[in-house]
Design a protein around this ligand. Structure first.
Ligand code: SAM
Length: 226
């Protein structure tokens, strides 16, 4: 088999190491470079199917006695992988675009919110670059809105839009927390970084080594919610 979806080095490594998808290596690289998930963290994984990031997030929590939690949400029903996941991982089948902040908060340990929010959500790619990028922006904005809330600074509601069914203004990311958002690169992606620089201590872009050369994906990494 050849072409952009052919099994490659990362696919083979995923098989060898018990990860359910090659995407595991994207989060592993982020963990290595940015140390986003500490021992005992509470992690919300948006767009978690088939579960490779659940595996990496759970491993990053450290031993079971350190505590912590990983909550994955996806449109698809996800079977929690048997490798690299333990009782701290839970999954929910839901559309993040319709998820209210109070519902998301209720999934966090003691309802206290999350210390890390990951969004690897991606629309079904149509091949129409501008359409795909616009849909990816919508998913990214929803993830950011869930994380930091709608009214946390003056231009927040302008940038994130208001989600009419969502009256709760506070986000579900704890102060000091980290967010990762996947976007498909377009003329609009730089506005995300500009906006996030006002709200987070460090903001960086990463195109992981495991990203396929044909893909436009890029990850915005925001650390330390002010
Ligand atoms: C690239 S996959 C995620 C891969 C995952 N991080 C892993 O490592 O296994 C993108 C996922 O986003 C999900 N998704 C897209 N739109 C969504 C939405 N509105 N709500 C929830 N999940 C969504 C898709 O169903 C798909 O499973």
């Amino acid at each position: 088999m050849s072409g952009p979806w052919a099994p490659d080095f990362f696919w083979r490594e995923a098989q060898r190491l018990g990860y359910v998808a090659r995407s595991a290596f994207k989060l592993l690289q982020m963990q290595k470079q940015f140390k986003l998930i500490g021992a005992g963290a509470s992690v919300l994984d948006l767009g978690c199917a088939p579960g490779a990031w659940l595996q990496v997030a759970c491993r990053s929590l450290g031993p079971l006695e350190k505590g912590g939690a990983v909550v994955g949400i996806d449109l698809k029903k996800v079977h929690i992988p048997s490798h690299h996941c333990d009782s701290r991982v839970k999954t929910i089948c839901a559309d993040v675009m319709n998820l209210r902040k109070d519902q998301a908060r209720a999934f966090s340990p003691q309802g206290m919110g999350f210390s890390v929010i990951l969004s690897d959500m991606c629309p079904i790619v149509s091949g129409i670059t501008t359409k795909d990028a616009a849909l990816s922006c919508e998913l990214g904005k929803r993830a950011l809105s869930l994380a930091i809330g709608n009214s946390s600074c003056k231009n927040t509601s302008e940038f994130l839009d208001s989600f009419e069914d969502d009256t709760s203004e506070n986000g579900v990311l704890r102060r000091g927390g980290n967010v990762v958002i996947k976007l498909l690169e377009s003329k609009d992606t730089e506005a995300f970084a500009k906006f996030c620089k006002q709200r987070f201590r460090n903001v960086s872009w990463l195109r992981p080594k495991a990203t396929r050369s044909s893909s436009k994906e890029i990850y915005l990494i925001c650390q330390g919610l002010r």
